[in-house]
Unconditional design. Structure first.
Length: 405
């Protein structure tokens, strides 16, 4: 098949959707498909970084489009970047030949709408990989108002994308429930979680030692939040826990990644004179195993209103390195389901947002265990979310549903 991949970010970008779509593209090429990817020339979280306009990587023809770089410090900046990329994408789609299938993600939001029209006009089949639900997420975050004209327009575009999709890939059962509630037949929605990057991520003792030495963490108990710092992952409870534990020299809270909230963490640390908060940028994929392995406790966060609109995919890399995990967020949720499936392991914990005392107590409790985790339990759980387990399922979904109908 001739397959088009459509998303704002792609290899070598380090954003999660870039890594997952790149992995998927490689899987398609390995099966003998001809794959083209359309993406932005600018890095998703570092707009000053630019990539080549066109290149071939792992057999994938990558075509990158011009993009603005206003950044994420204000909603208008983000909207301007999204709007410009959507416009140039629409223009480029007009010049492309027919493809058998188009796989569209959700960056920028509702780029799937452009893909849906392209497929309708060119006779291709649309596979909608829903990495987040919009405008549902924007409403939950307060970025849009219920019933407003922009909300109604975006909801119309979202439903059109869903209706036009040959198959829809949801990340968990909560997301599928939201999609089905919009009138989409349940049999058209498959649940395939995003996989761990376990070809690049594993427990790396040498990388752990190197990362900890480089950042003055050798003798510390490192509590790490690694990934996108977004309002949908509220970090207030974790930051306040860091403030309460500041007098204890054992603990360092390491915030690794980027996003609109990353500068706010730095400001919080500076305003409160906290020396136990360390903020670092996204780590290169080749060094990700070492940085993740450096943590003694990983933290995964989900905002209360966002169940089913986003997916906490960072949990899979955490499980792969085998570190204890503290989840700050609601239940029921996909992340709570995973922890429940681990049988109440003492190396896992959940607290609600606002329960700073509970977060502090769990950090102290897990530190007192004196071990990194339960390797076999974490390994068995992580295996369910391996790229070698899930990517073949997704490739098979596209191949069989295309040829079968």
């Amino acid at each position: 098949m001739r397959i088009l991949l459509l998303n704002q970010c792609f290899h070598p970008d380090v954003a999660s959707t870039a890594q997952h779509l790149s992995d998927f593209g490689v899987g398609l090429v390995e099966r003998g498909h001809q794959v083209t990817a359309i993406a932005s020339r600018r890095a998703y979280d570092r707009p000053e970084q630019r990539f080549a306009g066109r290149e071939t990587w792992q057999g994938i023809d990558i075509r990158r489009l011009p993009a603005t770089g206003f950044g994420k410090t204000a909603l208008w900046r983000r909207a301007a970047d999204f709007g410009f990329f959507s416009t140039v994408t629409a223009l480029r789609l007009l010049t492309l030949p027919r493809y058998d299938a188009v796989v569209a993600l959700t960056s920028p939001p509702l780029v799937s709408y452009l893909a849906a029209w392209f497929c309708r006009l060119r006779g291709a089949k649309l596979y909608y990989w829903v990495m987040d639900m919009n405008p549902d997420e924007a409403l939950a975050a307060g970025w849009l108002r219920e019933g407003s004209l922009p909300t109604r327009a975006l909801e119309m575009m979202s439903r059109f994308s869903l209706r036009q999709s040959h198959r829809i890939i949801a990340l968990d059962r909560y997301m599928k429930e939201r999609i089905v509630a919009k009138g989409i037949p349940a049999e058209r929605v498959a649940i395939i979680p995003p996989w761990a990057h376990d070809e690049a991520v594993h427990f790396d003792p040498d990388g752990r030692a190197k990362f900890r030495a480089a950042h003055g963490l050798t003798d510390k108990f490192v509590v790490m939040y690694s990934g996108n710092h977004s309002p949908v992952h509220p970090l207030t409870t974790l930051m306040e826990a860091a403030r309460q534990l500041a007098p204890d020299p054992r603990f360092v809270f390491c915030f690794v990644g980027g996003g609109s909230e990353h500068p706010k963490v730095k400001k919080f640390a500076a305003d409160n004179g906290l020396k136990n908060i360390l903020c670092l940028p996204y780590q290169p994929l080749k060094e990700l195993a070492g940085s993740l392995s450096a943590a003694d406790l990983h933290v995964a966060v989900m905002g209360d209103p966002f169940v089913g609109t986003i997916h906490p995919c960072k949990i899979y890399n955490i499980l792969t390195v085998g570190a204890p995990v503290l989840y700050i967020g609601p239940e029921p949720s996909h992340l709570a389901d995973i922890l429940a499936g681990m049988g109440g392991s003492p190396h896992t914990a959940r607290v609600a947002h606002g329960d700073v005392g509970g977060a502090v107590a769990q950090v102290q409790r897990i530190a007192a265990l004196g071990t990194r985790g339960e390797p076999e339990l974490f390994k068995r759980t992580a295996a369910k979310y391996s790229v070698h387990t899930l990517r073949p399922q997704q490739v098979k979904l596209v191949e069989e549903s295309y040829s079968g109908e």
